[in-house]
Write a protein that binds this ligand. Structure first.
Ligand code: FE2
Length: 496
């Protein structure tokens, strides 16, 4: 018997859906651009069985992958659970077997394996496309290769035995110039270990460089930045240690007394070349982009000055309070004699942690970041929004980091939007020339709608309307027809 009562959340658009779906020829309002061809992939949090502990992080929910396959003006939809080892063991047992987020000491004895915590990953965070493959990633385990046409799970990969870490980041960065993918794995040799593996894969997926180093203290390293010359690894605030895990607590606590830290290392550097900059309490869950200019590394990111996680408790007992993210610029001087840096707020407008760019400008000088936020002039209908009230993001914005100008699109006062993804217009190399894709949850009709915007005007060109609501998305990725070998979608549907 499955009983989600007492779980968080049981209602609203972050509640699990527990079904898989195919929709051939989706309902569309407006005109899908005929030159928008490829696949929009998303990873969701969708628990098939209720959490063992009602106060556990929804970050532990099962991974669920969806695709919108665009072809010549029509769209097909597909949604499947990622069949991780953990998911399959649960199906077999017909119950939840796994305990707190990233704590195998709280698992059912039939599956508990603290020496191999990566085997309990749910692969639920970021779909990544590189060297012709689609991966479902999560920072606590290895990526899972997915069949991008059928969304069947192929299985976890250590890249042919070359990736020497139990874990692999959900935010590897792809250099648009070289086609290389730079990644890290933290807690690389096991639970609460201080070691991090950083590696570079060439455009064929071959690991060409690796370096291993220790962090100042074990912390969540959720995202990273790559420039043409350096890698930036932000961390701090969140802490983990083996004794707390053995005591049966969730993986992370928050310690406001510890400094935030930012590791900067040349892309071809060795462990001795790592430089740690330190500052006050901060959380950079995600980054926007970074560049190297002379002897300076300049990074932009949405930032909060405290614990952003309602599930991870303050070790000093401070109650959780929601904080606003603002987009800030960090400047690190590689010639400085101390470990300080400068920090400035670029936009005072509060945003969420989910910001994206035109990925063709990753590692390079760039201008626009696309944000998901609550436009102060058109707030979400607070009566519909549950715990986040009028702060629920219902708008997409194009923020110009050079001029400070913003362009805003509101999906509706009853539409909660999720992360925007930029899609370049074929044949154009101009930054920002293309479309924005993003899911909006329609709280009145109780269904999900994929919004397609002209990214230069931030105006809607079409909406794909699903006849149900999706579970909460984490991240998404666009793959054009040159990135993945797509089957003909009509023939694919007829064959299944
Ligand atoms: Fe993320």
């Amino acid at each position: 018997m499955v009983d989600f009562s007492g779980q968080r959340p049981t209602t609203g658009f972050h509640a699990p859906t527990r079904f898989e779906a195919d929709i051939y020829d989706c309902e569309v309002v407006g005109q899908i651009p005929t030159d928008l061809n490829g696949g929009f992939f998303r990873l969701h949090l969708d628990a098939f069985y209720p959490s063992k502990y009602a106060d556990d992080a929804i970050l532990a929910y099962d991974g669920y992958v969806t695709s919108f396959r665009f072809s010549k003006g029509v769209v097909d939809y597909k949604g499947r659970y990622v069949r991780t080892q953990r998911f399959m063991k649960q199906l077999e047992a017909r119950k939840q077997l796994y305990g707190y987020y990233r704590n195998p000491y709280t698992d059912d004895p039939s599956v508990s394996d603290p020496a191999n915590p990566h085997l309990r990953t749910t692969a639920n965070t970021t779909p990544v496309v590189h060297h012709g493959k689609l991966f479902a990633t999560k920072e606590d385990g290895l990526p899972h290769v997915m069949d991008h046409n059928t969304l069947k799970t192929v299985g976890p990969t250590d890249f042919g035995g070359t990736w020497n870490s139990q874990t692999f980041t959900a935010h590897p960065k792809i250099d648009p110039v070289s086609g290389e993918m730079v990644a890290i794995g933290y807690e690389a040799s096991g639970l609460a270990s201080k070691d991090v593996l950083m590696g570079t894969f060439d455009k064929t997926g071959k690991l060409t460089q690796e370096v291993r180093f220790d962090v100042p203290y074990v912390s969540m390293l959720h995202d990273m930045c790559v420039t043409q010359k350096h890698v930036v690894i932000p961390g701090g605030g969140a802490i983990a240690d083996i004794e707390t895990l053995k005591a049966g607590k969730s993986h992370w606590g928050w310690d406001a007394s510890l400094p935030s830290y930012y590791g900067i290392i040349p892309r071809d550097g060795e462990a001795k070349d790592m430089r740690w900059f330190k500052g006050p309490e901060r959380a950079l869950v995600h980054t926007v982009n970074a560049v190297t200019e002379g002897d300076k590394v300049i990074m932009e990111a949405p930032v909060v000055e405290g614990n952003p996680w309602p599930w991870f408790h303050d070790i000093h007992g401070a109650p959780f309070k929601p904080l606003d993210y603002t987009i800030r610029r960090f400047t690190f001087d590689l010639n400085s004699k101390d470990d300080g840096y400068t920090e400035e707020i670029l936009f005072k407008t509060p945003v969420t942690s989910f910001t994206r760019i035109d990925d063709r400008f990753m590692t390079l000088p760039y201008r626009y970041t696309y944000v998901q936020y609550s436009d102060p002039e058109r707030p979400f209908d607070a009566a519909l929004a549950g715990p986040f009230g009028g702060r629920t993001a219902n708008s997409y914005g194009r923020f110009d980091i050079r001029t400070g100008e913003t362009l805003s699109y509101c999906a509706g006062q009853s539409h909660a939007v999720q992360e925007p993804t930029f899609v370049p217009r074929p044949g154009s190399s101009e930054e920002g020339d293309g479309w924005i894709l993003g899911i909006a949850h329609n709280h009145v009709e109780r269904r999900s709608e994929l919004i397609i915007l002209d990214a230069q005007r931030m105006e809607e060109v079409a909406r794909v309307v699903l006849p149900f609501r999706c579970s909460g998305q984490v991240h998404g990725v666009w793959a054009g027809e040159g990135d993945l070998a797509f089957d003909d979608p009509t023939q694919l549907a007829l064959a299944n």
